[in-house]
Design a protein around this ligand. Sequence first.
Ligand code: NDP
Ligand code: HSE
Length: 445
Amino acid sequence: MIEYRNLRIALLGAGSVGSQVARLLLEHGDELAARVGAGLELVGVAVRDVDAPRDTSIPRELLTTDAPTLIRSADIVIELMGGIEPAREFILLAINSGADVVTGNKALLATHGPELFDAAEQVGAQLYYEAAAGGAIPIIRPLRDSLAGDRVKRVMGIVNGTTNFILDRMDVEGSTFDDALATATALGYAEADPTADVEGYDAAQKAAILASLAFHTAVPVEAVHREGMTTVTASQVESAEKAGYVVKLLAICERLVDPETGVEGVVARVHPALISRRHPLAAVHDAKNAVFVQAEAAGDLMFYGAGAGGLETASAVLGDLVSAARRHVAGGPGVGESTHANLPVLGIGSVTTRYQLTLIVTDKPGVLAQIASLFSEHGVSVEAVQQTVASADPARPADEPLTATLVIVTHEASEAALSATVAAVSADDSVVRIESVLRVEGDTP
Ligand code: NDP
Ligand code: HSE
């Protein structure tokens, strides 16, 4: 029997995610109440326009444009408006009014996370944000709770569905970037302005959140190295496939020791990279997301599922709501964010990884040896070389030199050594052009 009073739930936003949260909360209220041990009463839904069309029907009397009054009346506030302001102001108001907060706002957490966590800790409130990285995928709780006794070494994720959809189309169907983006837009995966997805901003926000949690260190989004995937070409994807790789936009968060300075720190980066087709992340197709976690004791773990979608994301939000409600019933202060490690946040220059370079070179004696010597002069060790002679075209003018394509995969090298090698290679007379330079992550196929 439920003896605790009803808990008052305020919802801020009734868009893609908020409208599904409202529907599920209204439809499954009794079941959720039984799980919590208290009724969950949706006391209001703040929106910009109460007359705007909605994905689900929300009783008219619940809709309001007066968010502050609604917030002050609530035990738990669910923020699903998005953006920085007024979401930040409303979350601070909720915390300072004694409410716990559930949010899916990655942009806000990646930029103002420490301010919000500090405010919550000061008053003993709790901030839940499972939906902020990976949508429906449980990844925040595993990093925060399940792996709290382990040491995470690396988190490597496909955390943006739009870009995974585009790269998957390029890989599976041989589409160009533009055609795949057009399909993603037509299917509703990509926004009218896809910049946040294709330039890696969305993934960088999620990387900041995951890195902060995994390494108990506040990692601001500005410290995340970010490269978009608009420059990935169909020919890069095709040659990756031939070599046993697939191109993915990866968010990589790792704890490492800078090889030059010996300083141990955290690096977070987002960029397109090659991974072996045998790596678990290579099997992540369409707009799905996955996060591959490597921990000292647990070993390799992978979390997979829908990274977006109103209904799917609502699942994560409701999970947080049940946790927040149970805490109300059980009592006790919220647990603050753990930033005890406070490791230095290092730049991309501290990373060592493997690289694949595709070079178009003149096909004449000594070129391969000359290129190899440039790698060795800069301390970059070559793991594999594949050569294809391309200019066998009989219509080729007699004065045009024969060219060959060299695909070189290196052993692990620092960014600095690789950049110096690329500069030297591009200045070499026998090199017609550098077709592509991509990082290679994970094991050799
Ligand atoms: P939408 O844009 O679909 O909805 C936003 C809602 O917030 C709308 O109902 C809007 O009101 C309301 N709103 C916006 N500004 C205000 C304001 N100043 N005062 C009151 N209400 C306001 O967003 P989503 O549902 O897509 O996303 C919500 C959050 O969830 C974001 O932080 C997003 O990053 C995150 N998220 C979303 C995912 C997804 O798949 N969509 C996946 C994972 C996380 P009105 O309807 O009147 O315009
Ligand atoms: N635009 C994002 C994506 C939505 O494509 O994954 C979820 O953050």
